[in-house]
Write a protein that binds this ligand. Sequence first.
Ligand code: ADP
Length: 438
Amino acid sequence: LFAMEKKVVIAVVCVAVVVGAVAATSVVADAMVVEMHAGLASEGGSKLKMHISYIDNLPSGDEKGLFYALDLGGTNFRVMRVQLGGKDGGLVNQEFTKVSIPPSLMIGTSDALFDYIAAELAKFIAQEGQEFELPPGKQRELGFTFSFPVIQTSIASRTLVRWTKGFSIDDAVNDTVGTLAGGKYSYKDVVAAVILGTGSNAAYVEHAQAIPKWHGDLPKSDEMVINMEWGNFRSSHLPLTEYDHAMDNESLNPGEEIFEKLISGMYLGEIVRRVLQKMAEEAVFFGDIVPPKLKIPFILRTPDLSAMHHDTSSDLILVEKKLKDILEISNASLQTRKVVVELCNIVATRGSRLAAAGILGILKKIGRDTVKDMDAQKTIIAMDGGLFEHYSEYNKCFENTLNELLGEEVSKTISIEHANDGSSVGAALLAASHSLYL
Ligand code: ADP
């Protein structure tokens, strides 16, 4: 009996540490605004890099011709071709293929990685069909999106700042605002794009005069796309727990990408694993022995977390299966399984509320968090990434939080659109809007 009571009490304490961390989101949004200002004021002014993308002309919809794109993400890359029909023609044809990156290349040299990518790209180009047509005298142009922190030095050159998301590569170049470009091509009211996948990042359209660190000529459009690298946002207002600190300390990039480590797909499963491990150690949550598999970092992946979270069966049969298949835990009671689901809920809720807070920060920064003209004002956020796409509880919580933070009236002017494969199409569109043949 004592063991049971102790188990419940300590389990409650372990979980409470995380619940306490589902904190005041509006405070985090305000902290994001402060850091956005600081990052725009000077290079190195904030952990939030606020990189100037040098993109001042997002696609207009009038682009025409055949363009390619390559999108290197966390665990895979996509190559794609699009045929653009020009004014009113839209996206006439598109085709893509997704290639997973062999784990050995994730920790090798960038040369080996890029050789592999180039070979896969060549294969894809060789399969170009009749429905794609290259205008005479033109060569194929390629947009390259790269979902890692970079400093852009001009439209065609970038310097990689740091590998994240489990990659560790010594030398390489490059990043992305492709989703924003793709979103803008489809919906003219897009002001920002947010990726929630293995990692997380956001880009938005800023007024050119609101970028004190920019000393060049102001663009005609008076607009400039800012690649926030928001994964690296950090603030004393972020609700970091002992689990977050421990995971960060043991990560490839301690002290970096703190926001990403709270909200993105790479980490949510691992946070849950860490809490479960503590519960097993301190509260015999899974019986007298701590399940050995539970001690393996990253064994619990975010798709497993979402599968358990979405288990609607009354006896939580899927949770039972996941615990058994992944952690070799076969004796978990229904009560225990319910606690596991609640823990998934807490960790996902925290992440998704923080992601929503980040967006509120952007909306505040560009003055779209209030309504000036109810009839005319429309604000669209383009979203992409596997976490956003597949984790529906996360996604629901994210939209609810945003509505809650914005209030009913402002919410009506804001919509979230899924920009499917937006970043790849976006890269092709940017290749088009910056074509050498223009
Ligand atoms: P990447 O970010 O790796 O370029 P994606 O945008 O496709 O690629 O995102 C993949 C990530 O999305 C995975 O690492 C995982 O964290 C998350 N994810 C994929 N499927 C699911 C799922 N069913 N439930 C929750 N998260 C998922």
